[in-house]
Write a protein that binds this ligand. Structure first.
Ligand SMILES: [Zn+2]
Ligand SMILES: [Zn+2]
Ligand SMILES: [Zn+2]
Ligand SMILES: [Zn+2]
Ligand SMILES: [Zn+2]
Ligand SMILES: [Zn+2]
Ligand SMILES: [Zn+2]
Length: 1754
């Protein structure tokens, strides 16, 4: 089998090519029995074209099929050459004005939130951009595939149905024109003939179920016996299982198995074996056997190759039909006609029916092909769309049944087409009235939920996995119901009424099965053993919530329907509760002279259910009666007399009591399932049709009954009746009963009950209950959300209810209640509540959770204090009730209520025991406040005719009647005002008393003057009050000031820590080391010119440096001979500066890093967090980490964010990822510098001396090797004259302490290991090179960052980088002392030879191919190895200076050779300065040296300018290098951005500001050297244009440019197909932000092998593009992905924000997204700073789940 994939395709049968399409068509045109003729053709040719061999050859097959099979059909159809025929058809066509573009997976789609009829109406990108909606509020999503553009569908859009492109077509065509008029009779007949034959053929063969036999008419005469073993897709088995099984069954490699598996997953089937029957059958049985263990086995069939061939062609044919009808709407109509024509078998025998009904039997690929054909034919023709919709509705039950048995996703099921049909308002209406669709859907749904209890209610308790799976699938039916209901009828026909009510009946039956389901009983004694299943019931409730709301919306539209629905609902409810009083004994309750009969029922003892959809629906309809005023208009038609308020309230009340008891801790033993249910009951997803409606039902009940009776029943259900009905029960209760828990429980229950009363009275913001508009309701929700704290748009949206159109209605009102605050660089935009809206704040808002309530209370009180107001939070003024509910207000002033209030106030006055709580009092005060507000409102709105019946103030002024003879409520309030233990509530009590007085005045004045006295007047009356207020105000001011200072301080801290981590660390460090740091400029040098190197170098006396170890907190001075101190450091390979991303180190073992190419393609970066430790402390720490990790990994097999085996650890202080440490050293140069400055040689002289020394060195080396080989060759030795003062035998003593030497080796080895990705080997001669390289590279990266941000060189570097560079440079300078002296000497010689050639080195890179900074650093840092043997009195500093000058000159030549300076007309400054003349001369000389290959340039100005620009980065880097090496402070001029930077730099670097002088001063030797550089053959090749070279200055690398509009990226990604699986759409297209490559991530198809492991496309790419580090944008998710190595990764916020300043990770909200440049810059900076790995480390430490993700598979 292994060879199968590569098996050669058999040669094409010549006879096939000779077949003439025209001739065949001609024959068909003559034929009498056309079908027979065509079938013969197919029988003969199809098996010859398709399926010849084990693997399909799609291109060849397509080519032949077009030629031999489709060609004749096209000829036949057109009656002429189709090359002419089709264009003619197209021209004659009057195309439909529908766009109908079918979406690809991942393609962006747009929906207008203002104009779309429902959210399923979408536009393609092209139509959207040409439509009016792009100026509207729109939503953008990515398509899941399937579905098409609704542009041009007038039913889909309230406005602007056409885009510019499709608008053109509308003017020409009259709406209902028959498209056939544009076709000739002949054409119609031919199309009809060929379409019916071919469509029939395709349907027959695709639905053919026999494996070894062909349909009639297609039987082969000579039957070749080849078979396929066909593997089918299912959603049960995983990729891994399939791959594993295939490897076993057909003996293929893993790679092939993966290929098969991906194809099966994509197309739905794939042959895995080809051969004779037995051979295939054998594979089949292995597969079946291997996969049958877990679940049902994989589907495998052994099929005759001819069948497979015909099926392949059948699919091709359907696609062909889809293409052909694209030429003409007439052809499309004919095809529709053919498809829907009833066949010989009557009902359901049309081709379309046949296909639909076999849908679940077809494989994925076949389904999607015919679905596509349906979409481009039936759904695009308005007439046939309707007929198709009818077929679909009639088959609905069967289709759903098939779907339920099928295991494929819904997206590939024909049932998914429902959205295309049911959302069209006219179709939906027609299907409801003519096909009774609503009832069909609901009944089908109910049919599929079979598990019921004895009362016929749904039972999910004992659901098996399979049932749970079906339950998930059946939920799509609810979506269908939603589609049908989504557009509401404007006018009703009797038919519609009747069919809707029929559907409503069915719906009530469904709700009836839910009423009372999942009942629960309180668990006492023991905790429940198993959490009961509750999710299914809630899922159902949640899914149905919108449908229930929509049902009510429909009812609201027609009075007749509403009345009927109300009656039906009531009767079902009564039926549900027919056994209402059974077994529940009636009892009599008496209180305050009132009595009522109820039943004995305790929530805490008997069964109770949260699911009461019938009651709640009735509550909703009741509100509609009020809202539509039907209740007043037709009272006689309503069964109002049948209503029994106690029956109505019973179950909702029980449910609310259950919540209260749960809150009081009485149901603890029932476990989390109950807690969850209570949570969802109140949650925004469910509450509208659960909690809210229960409140409405109670309001309905109260408004229809005596409030005293209501309250008594309520007390009884809360099990509090005893407490309030027995005088002095409270007292007894608190003294006798010592059970604290029970007292506490009762307290909570009382609080809850009071809260419930507050809600019943206060929640009147739904139209129909209170006199409000719908916007008032949403405004109130927003006000209360924002009372908690300012919120982002998405947070608000989440807290608000979405309607069926996914709208919250928020945008229309938000401006009125809130102000928007834009986001900064992090965080998001926030809405803040407008101050004038706080007066509407209600502390007991019913949608607050407990936590939200207390947060809101705190926030509001704080706000009041800030505004210097009292802190009372009185109830807001409420809108009046609608008449139907008006009487419920009396609950506040009824006797039982007054009794409850009085009792609780009495307890508060007595203040004894714990039978009383402050929140209880607070709620009573709130209720009193509500009553007062109500009375005040009544008085203020007093009309002539009505009298105020609400007389609360009078009632609370009366003392209690005998026997209790308690004081009046008012009196008790006055007492409480001065109670010391009620300080918190004082403001509220004061407010109550004040309002009471206002009302009294109002009442008194209402008869005489209508003007009410304002509150201020009352304030002024009492001067005592005023005094007190003044004192209070002052205290308040003082407190506020304190608070403000505290806030500022904490704000500052937060700012430091959060926003500016770097700075924070810096400050920490400053604190750490402030005592020891040397100030940058010591006073002794401040007035002299500062010079960084050379004999003129400014002398600085380095002060003692004492640092503290972060681990042991001990101090230590940094000295050569003390214990080593180290910085935590992270070394990584880097391509950040790379100019050639394709270059990677092929064989690291052989790679020679001595010369860095100027493309900087693979550098080694060192970073550090700057935290200092003792080397031995660190060693101990690291050993401990290592030991711990090993234990942990053995035990738990968990990963960590760092890889201990690779030497990684986290900095013990800041948890920064590190993998080695750098030793801290004193300036190393001082140790070797001899202080003799007399008579230093000039450059020429120096080069001569050094060359001599080098020659000696080589001779000695040869000598050595010779002597070790055989006998000594002392002759040469004698000839050799040692240069003066050169002592090659001198071995310098290492000045460093043992521990420092060890650390030098440690860091060097780490750099070598990471930089080259090799095993550590401290002996390798490349170790020192890697150290120098890392020093040079790190300096370069930092220079680039500073330059990009336009920052000066020094003074702006964060401390950690400054420390890092100091240590790194000093380390690199000291490293040679622990390396092999001769190796370093050898490196120096080779390096120098690249500029000063000698005979020993022939093959060095030419100067175009050397990065000069790397060369400089390596030369300077290796030079001491030679110099230490030189005792002639030449200073090391002299060497540094000459080396620097030499490299600088080389760089100038490099720049001149590669500069692309064009002489243009902008030569403005014709000054002919000294520099310009000099550079012209030099350029001329270069031209000579290159044999005039270098173009001559006459503008010195241009040349000088390009040298200055080109050399600047090098000079800046050099300045940093020498600064860190020698410790000479930078002159103040280069610490700021100012003029003459160049001159200042030159001066600091001991360079003449006319750089060309360097050449002139040393022209003797330089002419020779320059000549030698230019004569290199590579230079020649470059100048001849035969090879490229880097030119200067090199641009900084940036991340790619991103488009402003995110949908551009989505579109780009949707056009991207997987590069490996032939044109298939990638599922997770991911964009590399470094190089712009699009990758097919997280998918088997694009996995590759990396170091023996399979990795995803992203990980593989990071190794090519970023040496293991990568920054990607996951386009579908709108998420940035950071990867480092194979195991590290994290997600990062994308740089795209919506208009509300928020990101949308996962593209869930769909608001338009635009690029935020600042945030993108931030990501870019992370990359440039090499902080990606660090960022991942921090993210993983913060969120452990990130560690477990298999990043390498992305
Ligand atoms: Zn479109
Ligand atoms: Zn359009
Ligand atoms: Zn619009
Ligand atoms: Zn220490
Ligand atoms: Zn640290
Ligand atoms: Zn792929
Ligand atoms: Zn890349």
């Amino acid at each position: 089998m292994a060879a199968d994939l590569e098996a050669e395709v058999p040669a094409i049968d010549k006879s096939l090519l000779e077949c003439s399409a025209e001739a065949a068509a001609a024959k068909w045109l003559q034929a009498t029995d056309l079908p027979k003729e065509v079938y013969q053709h197919l029988t003969y040719y199809v098996p010859r074209i398709y399926c010849n061999g084990p693997n399909p050859a799609p291109q060849r097959e397509d080519m032949l099929a077009q030629h031999v099979l489709l060609g004749p059909m096209e000829w036949y159809l057109c009656g002429e050459d189709p090359a002419f025929g089709f264009p003619k058809l197209e021209q004659a066509n009057k195309p439909s004005h529908l766009c109908g573009r079918v979406f690809k997976v991942g393609e962006p789609t747009y929906s207008c939130r203002d104009c779309a009829v429902d959210p399923t109406c979408v536009l393609c990108m092209e139509c959207f951009l040409g439509s009016i909606h792009k100026e509207h509020r729109y939503r953008m999503t990515t398509s899941g595939g399937g579905g098409f553009c609704d542009c041009g569908d007038t039913e889909a859009w309230k406005e602007g149905p056409y885009c510019k492109k499709h608008e053109l077509n509308t003017s020409q065509t009259a709406e209902e024109e028959d498209p056939l008029v544009h076709l000739s009779e002949d054409m119609i007949a031919r199309a009809y003939n060929i379409f019916s034959i071919m469509f029939q053929y395709a349907v027959d063969i695709l639905t053919w179920e026999k494996e070894n036999e062909l349909p009639p008419g297609l039987e082969m005469v000579e039957k070749s016996d080849t078979y396929y073993c066909m593997l089918f897709n299912d959603e049960v088995h995983t990729y891994e299982q399939v791959i594993y099984t295939l490897q076993k069954a057909v003996n293929c490699t893993q790679k092939e198995a993966i290929f098969f598996a991906t194809t099966v997953d994509r197309d739905g089937r794939r042959s895995v074996r080809y051969g004779d029957f037995q051979y295939c059958d054998q594979a089949k049985s292995v597969i079946v056997r291997n996969t049958s263990r877990q679940t049902k086995p994989l589907k495998v069939q052994v099929m005759h190759s001819c069948i497979v061939a015909h099926q392949s062609f059948g699919l091709k044919l359907l696609t062909w039909l889809g293409n052909v009808i694209g030429y003409s709407d007439g052809l499309r109509r004919i095809l529709c006609q053919v498809g829907l024509q009833e066949g010989p078998d009557g009902e359901n025998s049309s081709l379309v029916d046949k296909l639909m009904l076999s849908d679940s039997k077809l494989w994925k690929g076949a389904r999607s092909v015919y679905h596509q054909l349906f979409m481009s034919s039936l759904l695009m023709d308005l007439k046939y769309k309707k007929l198709f919709a009818i077929r679909f509705a009639r088959n609905y039950r069967q289709l759903q049944r098939d779907f339920m048995e099928d295991d494929h996703e819904r997206a590939v099921s024909v049932t998914a087409l429902s959205v295309q049909l049911f959302t069209v308002p006219t179709l939906a209406r027609m299907l409801i009235t003519e096909e009774n669709l609503m009832t069909t859907i609901i009944k089908t749904f109910v049919d599929h939920l079979r598990h019921r209890d004895i009362q016929g209610r749904f039972q999910f308790e004992r659901y098996t996995a399979l049932q749970a799976f079906k339950f998930r699938r059946v939920q799509s039916l609810i979506s269908d119901l939603k589609y049908v209901l989504i557009s509401k009828p404007a006018d009703w026909s009797d038919d519609l009424r009747q069919k809707f009510l029929e559907g409503f009946d069915a719906f009530l039956e469904l709700l009836k099965c839910m009423q009372g389901m999942d009942p629960i009983t309180r668990q006492v004694g023991q905790h429940i053993e198993m959490e009961p299943e509750w999710e299914a019931a809630f899922t159902l409730q949640m899914k149905l919530t919108l449908v229930i709301s929509m049902m009510q919306d429909w009812c609201a539209l027609d009075e007749k329907v509403l009345i009927e629905a109300y009656k039906k609902c009531l009767s079902v409810l009564m039926h549900c509760h027919s056994g209402f009083a059974d077994g529940e004994q009636p009892i009599m309750l008496n209180m305050c002279g009132h009595s009522v009969e109820t039943i004995r029922y305790c929530v805490s003892q008997e069964k109770v259910s949260i699911h009461l959809p019938v009651s709640r629906l009735l509550a909703g309809l009741h509100v509609l009666l009020s809202k539509s005023e039907v209740a007043y208009k037709f009272p006689e038609l309503l069964p109002l007399s049948e209503l029994s308020p106690p029956m109505l309230i019973e179950h909702p009340l029980r449910c609310l009591v259950l919540c209260a008891q749960v809150h009081a801790g009485m149901w603890r033993r029932n476990g989390f399932s109950l807690v969850n249910q209570i949570y969802y009951y109140h949650n925004v997803k469910c509450r509208r049709e659960m909690f809210d409606k229960d409140i409405v039902m109670l309001q309905t009940g109260v408004s229809m009954m005596d409030p005293n009776h209501f309250l008594m029943i309520m007390l009884s259900r809360f099990e509090l009746y005893q407490i309030f009905s027995t005088p002095d029960y409270g007292k007894r209760f608190s003294t006798e009963n010592t059970n604290k828990d029970v007292v506490q429980q009762n307290n909570t229950l009382i609080e809850e009950m009071l809260y419930l009363i507050i809600m019943i009275v206060g929640e009147r913001f739904s139209p129909g209950i209170g006199q409000v508009s719908p916007t008032d309701e949403i405004k109130r929700e927003i006000i209360h959300q924002l009372s908690i704290r300012p919120m982002a748009h998405s947070e608000l949206v989440k807290a608000l209810r979405e309607d069926e159109n996914r709208e919250t209605g928020m945008e229309s009102v938000i401006e009125e209640v809130a102000c928007f605050k834009k986001p900064g660089l992090t965080g998001r935009g926030l809405y803040e509540l407008k101050p004038e809206c706080t007066k509407d704040f209600n502390l007991y808002f019913y949608h607050f959770s407990r936590a939200e309530q207390s947060k809101a209370e705190e926030a509001q009180r704080k706000l009041k204090r800030q505004n210097r107001e009292d802190t009372a939070l009185p109830p807001p003024v409420l809108p009046p009730f609608c008449p139907l509910f008006a009487s419920l207000i009396n609950i506040l002033q009824c006797d039982v209520m007054l009794c409850i209030m009085g009792t609780i106030l009495q307890w508060a006055v007595e203040h004894n025991g714990y039978a009383w709580s402050e929140s209880m009092l607070q709620r009573v005060l709130h209720l009193i406040g509500m009553a007062l507000q109500e009375e005040k409102q009544h008085l203020e709105n007093l009309n002539e005719e009505n009298i105020v019946t609400f007389t609360y103030t009078q009632k609370i002024s009366r003392p209690g009647e005998a026997p209790s003879s308690s004081p009046s409520i008012l009196a008790m309030l006055e007492t409480l005002q001065n109670a010391p233990h009620l300080e918190v509530h004082k403001d509220m009590i004061r407010w109550i008393l004040k309002t009471f007085n206002t009302i009294k005045k109002l009442r008194e004045s209402s008869s005489t003057s209508p003007v009410a006295e304002t509150e201020e007047n009352i304030m002024e009356e009492s001067s005592r009050d005023k005094d007190k207020a003044e004192r209070k105000r002052k205290a308040e001011i003082a407190r506020l000031r304190r608070e403000k200072i505290m806030a500022q301080m904490s704000e500052m801290q937060r700012h430091f820590i959060d926003e500016n981590k770097e700075l924070f660390q810096q400050t920490l460090e400053e604190l750490d080391t402030s005592s020891s740091k040397v100030p940058d400029i010591s006073p002794t040098v401040s007035d002299t010119k500062l010079t960084a190197l050379g004999p003129e170098q400014t002398r600085v006396t380095e002060k003692r440096q004492v640092v503290t170890c972060i681990l042991c907190q001990e101090e230590e001075e940094v000295k050569v001979d003390s214990r080593a101190m180290v910085l935590a450091a992270f070394v990584q390979r880097s391509t950040v500066l790379s100019k050639n991303r394709n270059k990677i180190i092929q064989d690291p073992e052989k790679y020679d890093p001595l010369f860095m190419h100027p493309d900087l393609s693979c550098g080694t970066h060192t970073g550090s967090c700057g935290h200092i430790m003792h080397a031995h402390c660190w060693q101990r720490y690291f050993d401990a980490v290592q030991a711990k990790e090993q234990r942990r990994q053995q035990r738990l097999r968990v990963h960590t964010s760092y890889d201990v085996e690779n030497g990684e650890f986290l900095c013990p202080l800041c948890e920064c990822l590190s993998n080695t440490v750098i030793p801290l050293l004193p300036p190393p140069r001082a140790l070797f510098n001899r202080l003799d400055f007399a008579g230093q040689p000039n450059l020429t002289h120096w080069i001569r001396t050094v060359s001599q020394q080098i020659r000696t060195f080589y001779l000695l080396q040869d000598e050595e090797s010779a002597s070790s080989n055989c006998c000594g060759n002392s002759e040469k030795m004698d000839q050799l004259q040692l240069p003066e003062g050169f002592r090659p035998d001198f071995q310098p003593k290492n000045p460093y302490s043992e521990s420092i030497r060890e650390m030098l080796t440690t860091f060097a080895t780490a750099t070598y290991k990471v930089g080259l990705k090799v095993h550590p080997n401290e002996e390798d001669p490349r170790v020192p090179i890697m150290c120098w390289g890392s020093c040079a590279y790190t300096i370069q990266t930092i220079e680039r960052i500073l330059a990009d941000e336009d920052k000066p060189l020094f003074g702006h570097l964060p401390c950690r980088q400054d420390d890092c560079l100091t240590s790194l440079t000093r380390f690199a300078a000291a490293h040679w002392t622990v390396a092999s002296l001769s190796a370093v000497q050898g490196h120096f010689c080779t390096l120098l030879a690249s500029l000063v050639p000698n005979e020993k080195h022939g093959n060095l890179p030419c100067i175009l191919d050397i990065d000069m900074l790397h060369l400089l650093v390596s030369l300077v840092l290796s030079f001491p190895a030679i110099h230490c043997q030189d005792f002639s009195g030449v200073s090391l500093a002299t060497g540094d200076l000459h080396l620097f000058h030499l490299v600088t000159m080389a760089h100038i030549v490099q720049i001149l050779l590669t500069s692309s300076t064009e002489e243009n007309g902008m030569d403005q400054e014709n000054s002919n300065s000294e520099e310009e003349l000099a550079v012209l001369a030099l350029h001329k000389f270069l031209c000579q040296c290159t044999g005039s290959a270098l173009k001559e340039i006459s503008s010195g100005w241009h040349l000088w300018r390009s040298i200055k620009a080109g050399i600047m980065p090098f000079l800046r880097c050099s300045a940093m290098f020498f600064h860190y090496l020698n410790g000479v402070p930078a002159p103040p001029e280069i610490k700021v951005n100012g003029a003459n930077q160049f001159e200042h730099l030159c001066s600091y670097l001991s360079l003449p500001s006319n750089l060309i002088c360097l050449f002139q001063e040393n022209n003797k030797i330089m002419n020779t050297l320059v000549e030698s550089w230019c004569s290199n053959s590579e230079v020649k090749r470059y100048l001849e244009g035969k090879r490229p070279a880097i030119s200067y200055a090199r641009d900084s690398n940036k991340l790619i440019d991103l488009p402003d509009d995110y949908s551009c990226l989505i579109n780009q990604a949707s056009n991207f197909s997987c590069p490996k699986s032939g044109g298939d759409k990638s599922r997770a297209p991911t964009l590399c932000l470094v190089c712009g490559t699009m990758l097919c991530s997280q998918s088997y198809c694009c996995q590759t092998e990396l170091d023996g492991e399979d990795v995803g496309a992203c990980t593989a790419h990071t190794y090519l593009c970023g040496s293991g580090v990568g920054i990607f944008l996951r386009v579908r998710e709108c998420q940035v992905l950071f990867l480092a190595g194979k195991t590290k990764g994290c997600f990062y916020a994308p740089p795209y924000l919506d208009d509300y300043g928020e990101t949308d990770q996962g593209l869930r909200r769909g608001n338009p997204l635009h690029l935020c440049k600042e945030r993108f810059k931030k990501i870019q900076k992370l990359w440039q700073q090499h902080s990606i790995t660090e960022e991942i480390g921090h993210a993983q430490e913060a969120n452990q789940t990130l560690v477990g993700i298999d990043w390498q598979h992305l």
